[in-house]
Design a protein around this ligand. Structure first.
Ligand code: TRP
Ligand code: ZN
Length: 873
């Protein structure tokens, strides 16, 4: 149990470490009970001072402490539940400790823990202190040597970072393997895995001709699902060489899949550990989305080898230094592997619907936070996704210089623990620009708003864009200052062609897209030589993470949606249009859709030959995103309006939709390739719209798609349509069939739980409660908790926000149960009540009541209490 009384840590209090560690030798004696860890640290005073040695530790049963070979008496040190303090240590010395730990009862999944028959670790951010006494902070970088001893039959595979250097058979059926990592690293990148694992092996030749052995480990029954991860890894390795000039630096790269894991995956040096969900895939078990997630996350963790491991963070306030940059890198990788426009649209949708919401919530914080109570709570969409946008803007501003700037970054800071400021300074050195104002993106929370208006002067042939920026102060933050906002702009003529653009006074050759830099609170930009009134295409490629307001007419939106050369702007115009009509429907349920809108949808469906883009253009904004656009979120009205718009579209276009479904159906063998994924996504989107009509034909079509069992994408699409629409008895029959097929594959069963939790009906609260008593439900597996309760809370506003508060009670009860079992997962779930003030009086009072109820529990974890208290403040 963590100490909830702990106070906030502030960036402004940063002090360099008092002692550095040059070398660490760890010896693990792994046991089903009574695991022991010996640590030998070579320590050295850092600078001139007489400060005591302070080491971090949690839940350690300390057996001995020795300095330079002399065992210390209890009076020689002060030990609390989280700290070991030794005064008057020499300048250079050896500290040896031995502790006993209990991985078998570690349900928090931080430090060393058991996942089924596997031992594994998760040390980021502060899990290493649950393994041994250590200065557990990222700016202490040491060389690690790790010996692991365990029973040979149960744990034939013993892994740690770096290269294996020795293997010995011991008495009593035990063995010992020793690993050495030649690169200094912070403790959060330490990893250990022990178990009976199957292996998929491959090779990669680096750009300088070095041979690297690639190993993916999983439970034996899952090794047939590792091929796609291996292909993704090789693509990522090649891409990082080609695009960033980064080569892999060890002889072995290992990846391990584990079932119980708090997050997606972890970039431990040379030994990445993955949530099985983000590694294992076979056509009959994983959907297209799962495949895309695997490709992205395998790349993400691999890319951390340079952006995170070789160059790491000075302190946890700098988390976005590695995460923002690495997300930007994985986004660009995925864009290069598939469709650039569609990848951008997916990322923007996620940013707008979740990060913008976070940035407008009591949990809002800058990309580089100023303070935290529990660092685990700051692995957020803001640090990751907005952080990636902030790197993307620098890449946009620098153009070709961006690569030179990252080269300089790797050269200047290799082997060091640095700050986001250090990263920006490389951008400045190479470009010669002062990015002082740009740095506010790291320090100011909140989403800037851009209000843009256009005016055409026919006599002078000039078009003027007036831009006003506004960043509302979020309570607790100093007054917000204007940001440097890159705004990519194009102008379309009446035919939809790009006009060549020149800014007044600028010398440059005309371009069809110009990046204007908004730096003032209010600014005007003049385009010259404009022969007739244009339609502006704004924020192309989503050039900055802002909310843009321009008073487009419905005609202009339809025009942009049909003609713009920028995929993002086409999609954005479609979204604005959908949103306008949906909001209209909310205030006037009898309003019917304009014919021009239906025609535009027909046109996209039938004529857009980029099928993946077509799906994006057709997709209506989510219910939660629509809620964000309202003064007070009206959950039921939003759902009703969205359903009725979908119904109207389906009625008007039923033949076209049915035609698309049959045209795009295919017997080709499943491959997770772009063309196939695009076709399936449009087909299944059309099918789900068509399902709104509920005719016998469409029910048969959906059932036959399920029965065909061609691949999990199509099976899940059919199952979720049936279950969501509540088609009985078909729904019950398919759910039973699915459960029978997949009861022994947890990752697939997660889909079964998730689909039932997403049924948009008030009775789903009781259904979820019942499923929590299903024999396959367990609180110890985070994937399972997220599949059932996470889906309920995130994808099901109608049920979660049920007016009697039953959804809130369900969540609160679960959070309380998880509070001491797995505080990280509990804290992530409880966030979904943080925006309680956005709802009507009844609902907000009910949510507040549950938050207060949680706040009052004894022994509340630091993780949960920080979120709950910030939400209530
Ligand atoms: N560094 C990991 C990544 O983004 C994520 C991570 C942070 C994590 N803390 C974790 C993963 C705890 C699992 C558990 O790549
Ligand atoms: Zn990461």
């Amino acid at each position: 149990m963590k100490d909830a009384s702990s106070r906030a840590i502030h960036l402004s209090d940063y002090q360099p470490p008092a002692y550095l560690v040059d070398q660490v030798d760890l010896t693990f004696d792994l046991r089903n009970k009574g695991t022991k860890v010996k640590a030998r640290l070579e320590l050295r005073r850092n600078g001139e001072h007489n400060d005591p040695l302070l080491l971090d530790g949690e839940q350690l049963n300390t057996l001995s402490v020795a300095i330079d070979g002399n065992k210390l008496a209890e009076s020689d040190f002060i030990m609390t539940s989280t700290q070991l303090r030794i005064d008057n240590v020499p300048d250079v010395f050896i500290l040896e400790t031995e502790v006993e730990i209990a991985p078998e009862s570690n349900t928090a999944l931080e430090g060393l823990y058991r996942s089924n028959d596997l031992f594994c670790t998760q040390c980021e951010a502060e899990g290493f202190r649950r393994i041994t006494w250590y200065p557990d902070r990222p700016d202490v970088m040491a060389l690690f040597r790790t010996s692991i001893e365990a029973e040979r039959d149960m744990f034939p595979v013993l892994l740690s970072n770096g290269n294996p250097v020795s293997e010995e058979q011991l008495d009593n059926g035990r063995h010992r393997i020793t690993w050495e990592d030649p690169f200094p690293k912070p403790s959060y990148l330490f990893a250990l895995v022990a178990g009976n694992l199957a292996l998929l092996e491959d090779r990669f030749t680096t750009m300088s001709g070095r041979e690297v052995t690639l190993r993916i480990y999983s439970e034996p029954e899952n090794i047939d699902k590792c091929d796609y991860a291996m292909e993704s890894l090789k693509k990522a390795m090649r891409w990082d060489e080609e695009v960033y000039g980064r080569e892999y630096d060890l002889d072995i790269f290992m990846v391990v899949a584990v079932n119980d894991f708090n997050m997606g995956a972890m970039e431990n040096k040379g030994l990445n550990i993955f949530n099985a969900k983000l590694l294992l895939a076979r056509p009959d078990t994983a959907t297209d989305m799962d495949y895309q997630g695997i490709e992205a996350v395998v790349a993400h963790e691999y890319f951390h080898n340079w952006t995170g491991n070789r160059i790491t963070c000075r302190d946890w306030f700098q988390l976005s230094l590695k995460e923002g940059l690495t997300v930007f890198r994985d986004q660009e990788f995925s864009a290069d592997m598939g469709s650039r426009d569609v990848k951008r649209i997916e990322d923007v949708r996620m940013l707008r619907s979740h990060q913008f919401a976070e940035d407008a919530s009591p949990m809002a914080h800058p990309v580089r936070p100023d303070s935290y109570i529990e660092i685990n709570n700051f692995y957020t969409l803001t640090v990751y996704e907005k952080g990636a946008e902030v790197v993307r803007m620098q890449a946009l501003l620098l153009g070709d210089d961006y690569r030179r700037a990252t080269d300089l970054y790797f050269e200047r800071y290799d082997g060091q623990a640095v700050t986001t400021d250090d990263f920006v300074s490389c951008m400045e050195s190479v470009s010669g620009r002062d990015l002082g104002q740009f740095r506010r993106w790291y320090s100011q929370a909140g989403t800037p708003q851009l209000h843009v208006s256009g005016e055409y002067d026919a006599d002078k042939g000039k078009y003027s864009l007036k831009v006003r920026q506004e960043l509302l102060t979020i309570s607790g933050q100093k007054e917000s200052l204007p940001m440097l906002i890159p705004l990519a702009v194009g102008l379309l003529d009446s035919e939809g062609n790009e006009m060549p653009l020149r800014l007044e006074g600028a010398e440059a050759e005309p371009h069809t897209t110009i990046m204007i830099e908004v730096t003032e609170a209010q600014q005007e930009f003049l385009f010259t030589g404009i022969s007739h009134e244009p339609v502006p295409s704004l924020l192309r490629g989503f050039s900055a993470p802002v909310k843009l307001h321009f008073d487009y007419s419905q005609e202009q939106l339809l025009f942009l949606m049909a003609h713009d050369s920028d995929g993002f702007v086409r999609w954005d115009a479609a979204q604005t249009l959908h949103q306008q009509l949906l909001l209209e429907k909310i205030s006037n349920p009898d309003a019917t859709l304009p014919t021009a809108y239906i025609d535009a949808i027909r046109k996209v469906l039938l004529e857009c030959d980029d099928l993946a883009l077509a799906t994006e253009l057709l997709a209506l904004p989510s219910e939660s995103y629509l809620g964000d656009q309202m003064e007070i979120v009206d959950v039921d009205a939003i759902h009703a309006a969205r359903e009725s718009v979908r119904f109207e579209i389906a009625e008007a276009l039923d033949e076209e939709l049915a035609g698309k479904c049959s045209e795009l159906a295919s017997d080709d063998a499943y491959e997770p390739v772009h063309e196939q994924i695009a076709a399936r996504s449009l087909k299944n989107h059309a099918l789900s719209l068509l399902a709104m009509t509920g005719t016998d034909e469409v029910r048969e079509l959906v059932e036959s798609q399920y029965m065909a069992q061609q691949n999990m994408t199509d099976v899940m699409a059919a199952l979720s349509i049936t279950v969501q629409r509540g088609w009985q008895p078909l729904s019950r029959r398919l759910l039973e069939d699915f459960e029978r097929c997949w009861s022994d594959m947890p990752l697939v069963m997660d889909k079964w739980f998730g689909v039932q939790a997403s049924v948009p009906a008030t009775a789903t609260v009781e259904a979820v409660t019942a499923l929590m008593s299903h024999p396959a439900f367990t609180l110890t597996n985070p994937n399972r908790v997220r599949a059932l309760v996470g889906s309920f809370v995130m994808n099901n506003p109608v049920a979660f926000h049920r007016e009697d508060g039953a959804g809130y009670r369900l969540l609160a009860d679960l959070v309380i149960e998880l509070n001491d079992k797995n505080p990280q997962v509990a804290a992530r779930l409880v966030r979904h009540m943080s925006r309680w003030r956005r709802y009507d009086e009844i609902r907000s009072a009910l949510m507040k009541e549950q938050l207060e109820h949680i706040a009052a529990i004894p022994a509340i974890s630091r993780d949960v209490s920080e979120i709950v208290n910030r939400s209530l403040a």
